[in-house]
Design a binder for this molecule. Structure first.
Ligand code: ATP
Length: 259
């Protein structure tokens, strides 16, 4: 699902300007990584595309629709086609893994089915298949508060795979995983996007993973786009500039590529 944002700005209630005039566009089926220092605005941008935050100024258009001037019905349909993987999945701790994954389709099901799914699993094979892709199928009936941080993140990814959205947004989806599982999980997200011509936009602190898997890289710093380039054109000096501290301290290349 294509999207366009133009001159997008967002100011938090306390006056922090998290985004300052961001413009970018993505086509259906594109896979894009957003990288940048902590606090640069990555989560804010993803939340705006997920229609969870309304821009202070600027325009968002997803699949040709401005969510903030759309009717309730259109907005509901749009949201059912947008999946957001949170860095810390907002899953009630006592919930079972299967229920958490089924919740991915709450926006697509009629009300009665959504309510039943919270009490009784209305589908077992679907969630199981999503967990298998992430090597977690043995945890289908486990309670979420019995999982590690990295396992819980994979449940959040499984929920998005089960939802099968046309716009897949992922906010630091592998930050709690080891390198092997991080690679596996990102590969699954990319394959999912390719198989359904869905657009994938993922924020990542692991620059090596971003460069390895994503053809297009957007660098964001202090609420502004620093670069938007094919991965092959993201140079060491661009990365050093992106991550250099306000104090002028430059990161070592080794640190960037193993973040
Ligand atoms: N609820 C909030 N109230 C006020 N300021 C906020 C709020 N949430 C985030 N911010 C500020 O907005 C800016 C952008 O934050 P954001 O979470 O988008 O950055 P990020 O790039 O995702 O950071 P990280 O990599 O650490 O997750 C930061 O300066 C942050 O302190």
């Amino acid at each position: 699902m294509a999207f366009i944002v133009q001159q997008l700005s967002f100011e938090h209630a306390n006056g922090t300007r998290a985004l300052k005039g961001v413009s970018l566009a993505a086509k259906s089926g594109e896979c894009i990584a957003i990288i940048g220092p902590s606090g640069s605005g990555k989560t804010t941008l993803l939340n705006m595309l997920a229609t969870g935050l309304k821009p202070t100024t600027g325009m968002v258009e997803i699949d040709g629709t401005n969510p903030w001037s759309a009717s309730k019905k259109v907005l509901k349909n749009l949201r059912a086609n947008i999946g957001l993987v949170h860095q810390s999945p907002p899953i009630p701790s006592r919930q079972r893994v299967i229920t958490a994954i089924l919740a991915g389709r709450l926006g697509q099901w009629p009300l009665w089915k959504s309510i039943v799914s919270l009490i009784y699993p209305v589908d077992i094979e679907g969630p199981q298949a999503c967990l298998e892709r992430l090597e977690l199928s043995d945890r289908l009936f486990e309670r979420c508060d019995c999982l590690s941080g990295g396992q819980l993140q994979r449940v959040g990814v499984a929920r998005a795979l089960y939802q099968a959205p046309k716009l897949l947004l992922a906010d630091e989806p592998v930050s709690a995983m080891d390198p092997v599982l991080s690679d596996l999980t990102i590969r699954q997200l990319i394959e999912e996007a390719h198989s359904r011509d869905a657009t994938l936009l993922a924020s990542l602190h692991a620059v090596d993973i971003a460069l390895r898997w994503f053809p297009r890289i957007i660098g964001i710093r202090d609420g502004e786009i620093a670069f938007d380039l094919p991965a092959s054109e993201v140079s060491e000096s661009l990365l050093k500039e992106l991550y250099s501290s306000e104090m002028g301290i430059l990161p070592k290349q080794d640190n960037l590529l193993t973040a």
